[in-house]
Design a binder for this molecule. Structure first.
Ligand code: DCM
Ligand code: MG
Ligand code: MG
Length: 268
């Protein structure tokens, strides 16, 4: 059976069928593809993607972390076996000043460096990348349901692509809040205590600080944010993987951030 195939020491990992939502993957997720997008601004500005990064990490790598033996705190090492895809995209739309400032990208630099738009080659690259990963595949992004997934959907729709078949997605912001809330309930139950006053912060930067006591490097570069997210994920990998086995949803159920009916032909 599937359970019998689980690696030694994985007995504490929840089985797939214990609490699976109806549309979550019918088998445990095999590959986590961490995603971060940089773009021209926040949702009200109807942003366009400017940079996309994907790091694929096998479930096996999280279940069998390597440690630096010289480190007394036994922090897991960043996974060694990672497939990576990262590229810049000319958005064909002006950056908001804030987005340009935090990402270090600009319309001028993207044009001077001859970067292409979100064209069909993007679709070919990401589907080829997914085809090299062991399914089921789950896209993972921080605030993915609020930003990255709906924005990716907009850009794919503009290419006439309605979705990404057989790809699941999960949001670490939702997951971390859910795990903290579950632990809080457990705490109340065990100690007959009143609810813990939770002032916990859940931005990617604050989560990284919670676990590593320093702020992350390279914030607001797609690759930097993906590496930060993987480092956070490693700290709660068992719980996050269990949560995602049950709560990942098909990418095709994500609604676009906005409908691209207006044309931004006036730019540049
Ligand atoms: N963004 C923004 N202003 C912020 C935070 C983010 O305009 N204060 C936009 C631009 C970023 C994108 O969101 O490229 C993704 O954010 P992040 O770098 O956190 O992944
Ligand atoms: Mg992000
Ligand atoms: Mg980012």
């Amino acid at each position: 059976s599937e359970r019998a195939e689980q690696p030694e020491g994985a007995a504490g990992w929840a089985g797939r069928n214990m609490c699976a939502a109806s549309e979550s993957p019918s088998r445990r997720i095999e590959t986590f593809v961490f995603l971060d997008l940089e773009a021209t601004g926040l949702p009200p500005s109807r942003p366009k993607i400017t940079e996309l990064c994907l790091f694929a990490v096998a479930r096996h790598a999280f279940e069998n972390p390597q440690y630096d033996n010289r480190d007394s705190k036994r922090m897991p090492l960043f996974p060694r076996l990672v497939d990576k895809l990262c590229f810049c995209i000319n958005p064909g739309k002006p950056f908001t000043p804030a987005a340009s400032s935090i990402t270090g990208l600009s319309n001028e630099e993207l044009a001077w460096n001859k970067k292409q738009s979100f064209n069909i080659h993007v679709l070919h690259m990401i589907t080829a990348f997914f085809n090299r990963q062991s399914p089921p595949i789950c896209l993972v992004a921080h605030n993915g349901c609020g930003y990255d997934f709906p924005l990716l959907k907009v850009e794919l729709s503009a290419l006439g692509i309605s979705g990404l078949d057989d790809i699941y997605c999960a949001d670490t912001l939702k997951a971390m809040k859910a795990l903290d809330s579950k632990n809080n309930q457990l705490h109340q139950l065990l100690y007959q205590a009143s609810p813990l006053r939770s002032k916990k912060k859940y931005s990617l930067r604050d989560l990284y600080y919670r676990f590593y006591n320093v702020y992350p490097l390279n914030s607001h570069s797609a690759e930097g944010d993906v590496m930060t997210l993987i480092s956070v994920f490693q700290q709660c990998a068992a719980d996050l993987i269990c949560w995602m086995d049950s709560n990942a949803r098909p990418f095709n159920t994500i609604r676009a951030m906005y409908e691209e009916n207006e044309k931004y032909t006036s730019f540049p």
